[in-house]
Design a binder for this molecule. Structure first.
Ligand code: RIB
Length: 297
């Protein structure tokens, strides 16, 4: 199975501090690093590290950051043949603060904002050759919906990780194969009236809600709600944990695993990714996930 990601490519400018600063507060920083990121690129790298054949579709600027980010994807085994290099627009940058087991992220979209319908039409033939297409919300939402519709017309399964939080139209929810929000994103999409359990039961085997250290839940066809608990871990940096979970989930589903098995695998991969600094550097290999699969709370 071949997987495609249509999404963002960022360079993460990550500073560590004792904790996340309060509004208006200045804190001393520990280290400042420039490392590969972007929800799309992170998910593609997570998949490749787990052994999947994956191509990244997206856009970088014609600058050193863009060249480094593409080189990084290639070094991780991700295909990059159709990444657009835009002149006059910088590569996306995320400004990240990591402290006290938490983070804050501000994204300056740069070239990610140029992933539009025109770009998708230019790569359409290649994109439609994939067995599953994975999307997030860090490129224009119009493009996300356009790709979901295109894939639905061609019978290609899609996974939409609606991060950062934004509304998802009902017809798009119907067309995606899996929707994987965290709890906050789920509230924005579905409103506050229905509980997580009610939502999961309303969208069985489609809606997967991640709940941080409490694990990940899905409604099963039997009407039950399954929660896969989080694995015990020594957290260094949670940046990219959601991306690892999504990438790993897609890999396992595309390999024919059941949803519960895929979520156990994805949850284990995500927790392993938090044990190292950076969005991508802690992402595990398939062997590392297999070794820790039984190790849940
Ligand atoms: O999900 C983590 C990612 O969000 C970071 O790598 C950053 O680039 C932002 O896109």
């Amino acid at each position: 199975m071949k997987l495609a990601v249509v999404g963002s490519i960022n360079i993460d400018q990550t500073v560590t501090a004792e904790r996340i600063p309060l509004k208006g507060e200045t804190l001393p920083g520990g280290s400042l690093r420039y490392i590969p990121g972007g929800k799309g690129a992170n998910q593609a790298v997570a998949m490749a590290k787990l052994g999947a054949e994956v191509e990244m579709f997206g856009c970088v600027g014609d600058d050193d950051n863009g060249r480094q980010m593409v080189e990084n994807l290639i070094a991780n085994g991700v295909k990059t043949d159709h990444i657009k290099v835009a002149e006059g627009t910088p590569t996306g940058i995320a400004i990240i603060t990591v402290g006290d087991h938490d983070n804050t992220i501000i994204v300056v979209e740069g070239a990610n904002g140029l992933v539009d319908r025109v770009y998708i039409d230019s790569v359409k033939d290649a994109l439609l050759g994939y067995d599953m297409v994975v999307l997030q919300h860090e490129i224009p939402l119009d493009t996300v919906h356009y790709v979901v519709e295109l894939c639905a017309e061609h019978g290609i399964p899609t996974v939409l990780n609606p991060a950062p939080a934004a509304e998802v139209p009902m017809d798009i929810i119907e067309k995606v194969t899996y929707l994987t929000p965290n709890e906050h994103e789920a509230v924005l999409i579905f409103g506050e009236e229905r509980s997580t359990e009610e939502l999961l039961k309303a969208y069985p085997e489609k809606l997967v809600i991640t709940q941080g250290s409490r694990g990940v839940s899905v409604g099963l066809a039997t009407g039950e709600v399954l929660t896969v608990p989080a694995r015990k871990t020594e957290v260094v940096d949670t940046t990219g944990a959601g991306d690892t979970l999504n990438g790993a989930f897609c890999v396992r589903i595309s390999q024919g695993s059941s949803i519960p098995d895929a979520l156990l695998y994805a949850n284990t991969a995500a927790s392993l990714s938090t044990e190292k600094f950076g969005a991508q550097s802690g992402m595990p290999t398939a062997a590392e996930v297999e070794k820790n699969l039984g190790d849940v709370k």
